[in-house]
Design a protein around this ligand. Structure first.
Ligand SMILES: *[C@@H]1O[C@H](CO)[C@@H](O)[C@H](O)[C@H]1NC(C)=O
Length: 426
């Protein structure tokens, strides 16, 4: 008895140990000093003077001023930066992709997403054109787009998640986590709370449909799909066409002062005939032979090939940020790529969760200060205000247009439908 109990205990210990040891971290970046050794800034848009830069900072407000991330600057720039890690496949593994984003600039149109890329990539040329495997993170534009993107790429085609995942829109740090498991289920977490989950099979159209309409099927000649037919019993009454459209007004009287010689012969005015019902129409009845609308039968799609490894990205090797921003100020931090959601949770608690209350307090303080300063400014130069407002409106328009263009680039490989749905939202 004792021995068995002991070995059980030992087994428990070994299992516990295994579960601690088993967390594999493929990449982790907290952006401490020396972060630049891991990251390669792309030369993309350098020659057009449109390449953005990165500020190593905790930002204007934070829970811990020493906990820095990297923040986009200046405005109107393309940002592209990436880091390499030892290539791995997520086959038979859980994939956890997690990072935090803070839009300090009160973002009204722009992204805060990151990408995982595969194979060999020239990091100096990393751009919006570079193929990626996974794109994940918040995207905001105007009132309509406030969502978490979760795009999976298969055979060179980007597929948007078919479910809505709302993102955070304030100016504080938020944590985004994407988990893909070996049973092809997935979860999207925002601030450690699950916002969406399901199956990679059903929530992305990665595979062609299992069933399609039989292209060879034809509607049978004798298929009656008329729901209503003219009633053969309904006959036009013989005198129907004799009923005049108008009749003389029976109430009309010749005016007393009517002078036939001067005014001509008096004729009574006409009025619409209440008996007249318009041209005759045969009544319609339900067609007793109606068979319903003809539908092409569904057949197995010859192009469909099931893939038990649908969730697998066999050669993940880079993580990158690639954005266009009109208003800069997005701060990324605590990037993690691991196989262990528990470890990701632990990192979340050590970073985002630990700092969030202090960050909120620091933000409120900064807001108070800003409002006070604005009030002083307002009082100072009332008459410059009108000009300022005009400029702002212009910027906003440009903002939305650029975002549009950018999306076209991003999703150029997408099907028409996906593309247009994205536009509808914008
Ligand atoms: C970097 O961030 C800090 C903190 O917000 C700010 O004071 C500084 O001006 C920023 N630098 C640039 C180049 O934007």
């Amino acid at each position: 008895m004792l021995r068995r109990g002991g070995s059980k205990l030992l087994l428990c210990l070994v299992l516990a140990l295994l579960s601690v040891v088993s967390a594999e971290v493929f990449f982790e970046e907290r952006f401490d000093d020396g972060w630049e050794e891991q990251w390669v800034k792309s030369d993309w848009k350098n020659d057009e003077n449109a390449a953005g830069d990165w500020n190593h900072t905790a930002g204007k407000w934070s829970g811990d001023p020493n906990d820095k991330g990297i923040q986009t600057y200046p405005d109107y720039r393309f940002f592209a930066i990436s880091a390499q890690f030892p290539e791995f496949s997520n086959k038979d593994k859980t994939l956890v992709f997690q990072f935090s984003v803070k839009h300090e600039q009160k973002l009204d149109c722009g992204g805060g997403y990151m990408k995982l890329l595969s194979g060999d990539i020239d990091q100096k040329k990393f751009s919006g054109e570079t193929p990626y495997s996974i794109m994940f993170g918040p995207d905001i534009c105007g009132y309509n787009t406030k969502k978490v993107h979760a795009i999976l790429t298969r055979d060179g085609k980007n597929h948007l998640i078919k479910k809505e995942v709302p993102c955070e829109t304030d100016q504080l740090t938020h944590l985004y986590t994407f988990i893909i498991r070996p049973d092809a289920t997935y979860s999207v977490l925002v601030d450690n709370v699950e916002k969406q989950s399901g199956s990679v099979y059903s929530d992305w159209d990665l595979l062609p449909p299992k069933k399609i309409k039989d292209p060879d099927a034809k509607k049978p000649e004798d298929w009656d799909d008329k729901e209503y037919i003219p009633d053969p019993e309904d006959k036009k009454p013989e005198d129907y066409d004799d009923i005049p459209k108008e009749i003389t007004d029976p109430d009309a009287k010749k005016p007393e002062d009517w002078d036939d010689e001067e005014d001509g012969e008096w004729t009574a005015p006409t009025i619409p005939n209440p008996e007249y019902k318009g041209p005759w129409k045969q009544k319609k009845i339900k067609n007793p032979n109606y068979k319903g609308k003809w539908k092409s039968p569904m057949i197995d799609n010859p192009d469909f090939k099931d893939d038990p490894d649908l969730y697998v990205f066999p050669s993940l090797k880079y993580v990158g940020i690639e954005l266009w921003q009109v208003k800069s100020g997005t701060l990324f931090d605590n990037v993690l790529i691991s196989d262990d959601p528990e470890y990701a949770k632990k990192v979340a608690e050590e970073t985002w969760a630990k700092n969030k209350d202090a960050e909120k307090a620091a933000f409120d303080e900064a807001e108070k200060k800003r409002e006070e300063e604005e009030k002083i400014e307002d009082d100072k130069d009332d008459d410059v205000d009108a000009d300022d407002d005009e400029d702002d409106a212009d910027l906003d328009n440009e903002d939305a247009e650029k975002h549009d263009d950018k999306k076209d680039e991003d999703l150029k490989d997408d099907s028409k439908e996906e593309d247009s749905s994205l536009h509808d939202e914008l």
